[in-house]
Design a binder for this molecule. Structure first.
Ligand SMILES: Cc1ncc(COP(=O)(O)O)c(C=O)c1O
Length: 418
């Protein structure tokens, strides 16, 4: 983008945006929760819709002048429902965390118990990490993997905990788990204890939309919530989908007026554009390629002696044990890779003994590089860069790798960046 006006009004911010554009274009993005949106999504995001207050929902707003907004939000809702086969969609959550919080308040009373994935086994902060406020309002109990070698969840233990703790929500979903969940088993446990089955599919929404991962609604889930900016490749934001209109009413009340004020209408328009893109046949090809690329990257890393948690992946992400693979912790690996233009993040591994700021693992994924058009051959090259950089005996090697990283990156354009 050329940022004509910004260049005249605010040089500093203009130049910093240009610097970030350069970083994105010249580097390799492996943060598994990031992506590159299309120029069309970006145009919608930066439109005059920013100027409008639209508290309420289509047809029932608290301010005048919302005729156009009603059409935009209704279209976003209709597209979201088609994309995920939902009975109801709320497209107003400002991000994933507000979508989580509104869902908890929509479905249960404060003090209720929620059964979610253990955080070091892949669950997310919003699933009740003790540092969050939400962990003070609801009582979170946990399930884990049975084996870190296969990644299989211990469904027997999950059932035992559910019967003992009587959760109101059984929560599927993760931010660092590389395998498919058994939604049928989770639905059965939720039914047995009278809980809602809720999926936080923030990470894999794009895979589900493109048919490359299972849709929890097909296994009888009640609610699916998500971010829109990860594999789904839309603007930063959240969304909550329900299996019935009745549940939709509870969720709508919890989002507004329960938790948020005015919706961010330019983001809702951009969500609509992203949903339209995700409804095209090409998106199916994209979603499938994300998984094919992740498997290629994982296999090559393992061939090079890298220890992956669960020994591979079924989705877009993988977790490597940096300590076991390279003799350095995840933070050190992240810093070295930053130097060569490869971006990923340090991450806890299952039952990690190390602190969160220098955990044992690194997490990486393929949605962003797949958007650039990279395929299996490039994934193998990327794996080799990672291993060479972290194992480099001397710092002289790093500038050489950085140059090769840049050469590869520049062969694949970033949408919206000339
Ligand atoms: C599973 C999951 N839920 C919720 C969130 C929170 O999303 P946001 O950062 O948009 O608040 C994330 C973000 O990483 C996530 O991975």
């Amino acid at each position: 983008m050329d940022y004509r006006y910004l260049g005249k009004v605010d040089h500093l911010i203009h130049d910093l945006i240009k610097e970030e554009e350069r970083r994105q274009k010249h580097g390799l993005e492996l943060i598994c929760s990031e992506n590159y949106v299309s120029a069309a999504v970006m145009e919608a995001m930066s439109s005059v819709l920013n100027n409008k207050y639209s508290e309420g929902y289509p047809g029932a707003r608290y301010y005048g002048g919302n005729e156009v907004m009603d059409k935009i939000e209704s279209e976003a809702i209709a597209r979201a429902k088609t994309l995920f086969r939902a009975a109801h969609a709320n497209v107003q959550p400002h991000a994933g965390a507000p979508a989580n919080i509104a869902t908890y308040f929509g479905l249960c009373e404060p003090g209720a118990t929620i059964l979610g994935m253990d955080l070091s086994h892949g669950g997310h902060l919003t699933h009740g990490h003790p540092v969050t406020h939400i962990a003070k309002v609801f009582r979170f109990v946990r399930y884990k993997m049975k084996s870190v070698e296969t990644g299989e969840i211990d469904y027997d233990e999950m059932r035992r905990v559910a019967i003992a703790e009587k959760p109101k929500i059984v929560l599927a979903g993760f931010s660092a788990y590389p395998r498919e969940l058994n939604y049928k088993a989770m639905r059965a446990i939720a039914t047995e204890v009278g809980a809602y089955a809720v999926a936080d599919m923030a990470h894999i929404a794009g895979l589900i939309a493109g048919g490359a991962a299972r849709n929890p609604f097909d296994d009888g889930f009640d609610v699916i919530l998500t971010t829109t900016h990860k594999s789904l490749r839309g603007p930063r934001g959240g969304m909550i989908l329900t299996a019935t209109p009745e549940l939709g009413k509870k969720i709508d009340k919890a989002v507004f007026p329960g938790f948020q004020g005015g919706p961010i209408m330019q983001m809702i328009a951009a969500k609509a554009v992203a949903f339209r893109e995700a409804l095209q046949p090409e998106f199916k090809v994209y979603a499938r390629q994300i998984v094919v690329n992740a498997k290629a990257l994982a296999e090559r890393l393992m061939e090079q002696g890298v220890k992956l948690i669960t020994n591979g992946t079924d989705n877009h992400l993988m977790l490597a044990d940096a300590v076991a693979s390279f003799g350095c912790h995840g933070g050190e690996a992240q810093t070295i890779l930053d130097e060569v233009g490869i971006t990923l993040n340090k991450n806890m591994i299952a039952d990690d003994k190390r602190p969160a700021m220098s955990p044992s693992g690194i997490r990486l994924g393929t949605p962003a590089l797949t958007t650039r058009g990279m395929k299996e051959a490039e994934m193998r090259q990327v794996a080799d860069f990672i291993v060479r950089a972290i194992r480099a005996g001397s710092n002289d090697e790093l500038p050489r790798i950085r140059k090769e990283v840049e050469e590869l990156a520049l062969r694949f354009p970033v949408p919206g960046i000339a």
